[in-house]
Write a protein that binds this ligand. Structure first.
Ligand code: ZN
Ligand code: ZN
Length: 222
């Protein structure tokens, strides 16, 4: 009801070209997905192999996908979604992830990176949970919310070093995981890579053997 009202008062505009009526038009969506991300999702520096990672990175997950660098249309779309209450962006973000992921085995479980409670309260929604549910619908895959935040430390204004320290103890996994399944962590942006790394370790501590990562974007390198 409130959503409907809000979209009436402030109609959505495309995050790329500004036409009204949608948060991302088909042309701008095509602009994003037509240029596949070829760098390593973990470091952003080296070119990636078939698993989406470079040979140098040692990470606790064995495959990675990333839609694109966090810039232009995609940066604005994610920004609108997280900071201006453009809730319906989750459908576009799930479609972008769906477009960059390869075929996944049916025993894959989607694991959204949990959001800090204070952010959920501010936005009125858990942004990655909505994307995970939508991606699950598109792919016919289940999701799990057993990955939880152990602390509510916020990442946005922290330095790179603080982020890594915060991330180390940021996650716990509340239930035992099935070693025969593949767990696909999804997040909106990889910056230092610390968040997905420690999320993956928390899943492994709970029994997961195969952990993969898909991110909607990667922070550009300086
Ligand atoms: Zn557009
Ligand atoms: Zn790398």
């Amino acid at each position: 009801m409130f959503d409907t009202l809000l979209s009436y008062v402030a109609p959505h505009h495309c995050s790329g070209c500004d036409i009204s009526g949608t948060l991302l038009c088909d042309n701008c969506k095509y602009d994003i997905i037509s240029e596949p991300f070829l760098q390593c999702a973990a470091c952003g520096k080296n070119s990636a192999g078939r698993n989406g990672l470079c040979e140098r990175c040692r990470v606790p997950y064995t495959r990675a996908w990333c839609v694109s660098t966090r810039q232009d249309h995609l940066q604005r779309l994610i920004g609108n979604y997280k900071f201006t209450n453009a809730k319906s962006a989750y459908t576009h973000l799930a479609e972008l992830l769906d477009g960059c992921l390869s075929d996944l085995p049916p025993d894959t479980v989607i694991v959204p990176v949990p959001t800090a409670n204070s952010h959920i309260r501010q936005r009125g929604y858990d942004h990655m949970l909505l994307v995970a549910k939508q991606l699950g619908k598109l792919r016919g895959l289940p999701i799990t919310t057993s990955l939880q935040r152990a602390t509510n430390t916020q990442q946005r204004s922290a330095s790179a070093r603080q982020r890594t320290e915060n991330a180390k103890s940021a996650f716990i996994c509340e239930s035992k995981l099935d070693p025969k399944k593949n767990y696909l962590i999804i997040d909106d942006v990889i910056t230092t890579g610390a968040t997905v790394k420690y999320a993956a370790i928390a899943l492994q501590h709970a029994g997961a053997e195969t952990v993969w990562v898909a991110s909607i974007s990667r922070q550009p390198l300086d």
